[in-house]
Design a protein around this ligand. Structure first.
Ligand code: PLP
Length: 401
């Protein structure tokens, strides 16, 4: 076979995808497996979004789109940013991509050169370091401890910044911890960033509408308006409207950065299907009551899983304020032995034993850059969650010394 590029060689398949595939394979082989692996809402696309896509297809809106997004979708995104965060973006300050993932890819490829560094608070969604590495840049991880609410500490960020730093990534509510960062903490981070003009700031707000207990969503561009010329605010329809497969994400940011990102996108996908964009317009402009229902459902699931996990000796779970994940810590279980004799020397070993011996699929914390933890996604029904928690409790009760 002719050679493959060096660039692709460092890209591993995401642990979440691998764990979900493993659960599916075991199920197909007849095993009774409960999967709490995927970060994908278990709700349906809003009917008015489906209808809008249908109408767009019938109208023949199936030509090449403008690379950066349809004007009508940009207008809906502009309204969304104004409505949710008080942020005004002009049309040339908005980019529509194939999910937030592509928007993030565009941004990092458009700005990073070999030798650059990107600060990624850990734990993190694994795409940031992988894309940075594709660009030849070096991810610099800053540990965010459960004791600090999984929030990046300003002093630690300050220490990580060098002349080579090009990005600080902020993601709240966070995948995988569900942590939410308030305006006051963002303002403290902004203080540090004011002294580092070489650094772009990415606010990945994918889960912005999934915040519980009435906590308001805060985003850096609204908190530190003076830093707006170097802030990229990212969001999309995947999590808010349960539209992961439509592949529509977007960003607001300075026009020059958006133009560079569009140039990258122009040579990769050439823009998002107008039919999917029609669905996104309807989702953004249409009734928002389903979002409220989903949010309440996720909050109720969080409460039941949190209570069940924290009742298990050896597991400590920080209360997530948003998203649909829990990130329990298992430091007290490291060194124990599973019922079938597996040595639990890491969170990966714990998750492996939990899957094989208790039939519960989760994702180990090391895959998100902070161990020993594991991630539970609550994007499944109550019965599955209750049974999974029961199995985790039984499994932990049977661990040997
Ligand atoms: N950002 C975070 C933190 C995520 O968890 C995800 C998906 O899991 C994305 C971005 C990408 O979302 P999408 O590409 O579906 O818009």
């Amino acid at each position: 076979m002719p050679p493959l590029s060096v660039r692709q060689s460092g890209i591993r398949e995401a642990a979440t995808i691998l764990a979900a595939a493993r659960a599916r394979a075991l199920r197909a082989a007849g095993r009774d497996i409960l999967s709490l692996t995927l970060g994908e809402p278990d709700f349906a696309t809003p009917p008015h979004a489906i209808d809008a896509a249908h109408q767009a297809a019938l109208r023949g809106d199936a030509k090449y789109p403008p690379v950066a997004g349809l004007p009508a979708l940009k207008a809906a995104i502009r309204e969304k940013f104004l409505r949710d965060s008080g942020l005004a973006y002009a049309p040339d300050e908005i980019l529509v991509g194939h999910g937030a993932r592509q928007v993030i890819f565009d941004a990092l490829i458009a700005t990073l050169d070999p030798g650059c560094e990107i600060i990624v608070p850990a734990p993190y969604w694994n795409a940031y370091p992988l894309i940075a590495q594709m660009a030849g840049a070096t991810p610099v991880f800053v540990e965010c401890r459960a004791a600090d609410g999984f929030l990046p500490q300003p002093a630690a960020i300050a220490q990580a910044i060098t002349a080579r730093t090009r990005w600080l990534i902020l993601n709240f509510p966070n995948n995988p911890t569900g942590a939410v960062c308030g305006a006051a903490h963002l303002a403290r981070l902004a203080e540090i960033l004011r002294a580092a003009p070489q650094v772009w700031i990415m606010s990945d707000d994918m889960y912005e509408h999934l915040i519980h207990d009435g906590t308001p969503h805060a985003t850096m561009a609204a908190v530190a308006t003076d830093l707006r010329p170097r802030i990229l605010t990212v969001s999309g329809v995947s999590k808010t409207y349960a539209m992961t497969g439509w592949r529509v994400g977007f960003a607001g940011g300075p026009a020059d950065l958006i133009a560079a990102m569009a140039r990258i996108q122009g040579q990769s996908t050439g823009g998002v299907s107008p039919i999917a964009q029609a669905a996104a317009i309807a989702a953004l402009n249409g009734p928002q009551d389903r979002v409220r229902t989903m949010r309440a459902t996720y909050a109720a699931r969080r409460d039941r899983v949190l209570a069940a996990l924290n009742a298990i000796p050896g597991i400590t779970c920080h209360r997530p304020d948003g998203a649909f994940y829990l990130y329990p810590g298992i430091a007290a279980l490291i060194g124990r032995t599973s019922p079938a004799g597996r040595h639990i020397d890491s969170d990966a070993a714990f998750c492996e034993a939990l899957l094989e011996e208790a039939g519960v699929a989760t994702v180990h914390g090391a895959a998100f850059g902070l161990a020993p933890h594991f991630r539970i996604s609550t994007a499944c029904d109550d019965a599955t969650l209750d049974l999974a928690c029961q199995r985790i409790a039984d499994f932990c009760a049977r661990l040997g010394d």
